[in-house]
Design a protein around this ligand. Sequence first.
Ligand SMILES: NC(=O)c1ccc[n+]([C@@H]2O[C@H](COP(=O)([O-])OP(=O)(O)OC[C@H]3O[C@@H](n4cnc5c(N)ncnc54)[C@H](O)[C@@H]3O)[C@@H](O)[C@H]2O)c1
Length: 377
Amino acid sequence: MKKFRVGVVGLGHRGRLMFALAADSFDSVIPAAACDLFERNFYEKQWLMDDAMCNLYPETVFYKDYDEMLEKADLDVVIVETGADVHCDFCIKALEKNINVLTDIPVVANLSEAERIWKAAEKSEAMISVGANPNEQKFAVMLQEFFESGKLGKPYCMEAEYIHWSMPNSEGHKALTENGDWRKLLSPIRYCTHSLGPLLTVVDEELRYVSAFGTGPHADDYDGNKKDDMVCANFKTESGVVIRLMRNGRCRADIGHHNYRVFGTEGYMERIDRFGKPVIRYNSMKDENNKLQEITGEFTPPAYKDNPKAKGHDGIDFAMQDHFFKALSAGGVAPISLKAGLEMTLPGIFAEESAKRGGEVIRMVYPWEEDWSTEIK
Ligand SMILES: NC(=O)c1ccc[n+]([C@@H]2O[C@H](COP(=O)([O-])OP(=O)(O)OC[C@H]3O[C@@H](n4cnc5c(N)ncnc54)[C@H](O)[C@@H]3O)[C@@H](O)[C@H]2O)c1
């Protein structure tokens, strides 16, 4: 079996779990190296870990400096888990050394980064795959099957929301913000990837136009946080597919859910999460019985439901890594391509700008298009 020397950069909550999942679940993985600005994240026990990483993975070499890790650790794979607005340069540096990359989302923070990473990936012999784990969830798998069977028809209108609690002073909030401030500072709509990712798998054209409004901060802020409490964006393709999206900053509702509704010319599918009891509902004019069907809406992808290794967000993290390492072994194509990653990331950057301009409709372009520009017109 081909073995992969794997390193991770970013040992916040997510990076620690992603590294542990890879190291513990895949015989092909050698947990070679880990990198973070804070030594404590490797040498001391952290939130939700059973022990310090240095004890759990004694063969793993810790680096404080990313360049040094790339230089010395002889890696086949880098997992990029730095804050949500600082992924791009870590990916590019690995690609330039022909080291394969699994990067978390959103992929880039601005249009210049989009251009640079697109060019770096074109030049590199290595594979870059995007860690869009919501694309692995049961709803996303079912939606693609529904679409490919013709039962959905052409999707023409969709809706999504990703609402996540933010409770200052809670244990979770403190743990999630102690290593970086992207959760406090990033415009909520920039984190649109979990919502757009699954929907875009059944749309065969780019999102082209956006108009967004932000609420601004409505209550006493905390930690100097001045960002929107909520952003609402409407996206549209050239042929008239519309997606309506809601994303929160401040949220005192004790919920953390992903909802989706997809209206097609032949059918309908939704995932609605209410108080931890998600359901998927669907119906199609192509079925004899076209009454609404309801099944449970857990994340676990159907193909992994009986796999005891399927962990991390109910198995979607495992499914994502499984697809990644299988693709790498086969020398094949990235399970979730950089193009798909940019298609779900760039609309958030354009939407943030639209909200700043009071909802102005902005035309969105992508690095592979002729009229691409790093300036937002
Ligand atoms: N897909 C999911 O389900 C999911 C869930 C949570 C977070 N995430 C993503 O995971 C990523 C990490 O999230 P987090 O909450 O763990 O972030 P975090 O800010 O808590 O941790 C990021 C870590 O990166 C380190 N870092 C930053 N710059 C560095 C550098 N130059 N060299 C070495 N280390 C550096 C920081 O020290 C920090 O420990 C984000 O991109 C986020 O979007 C994804």
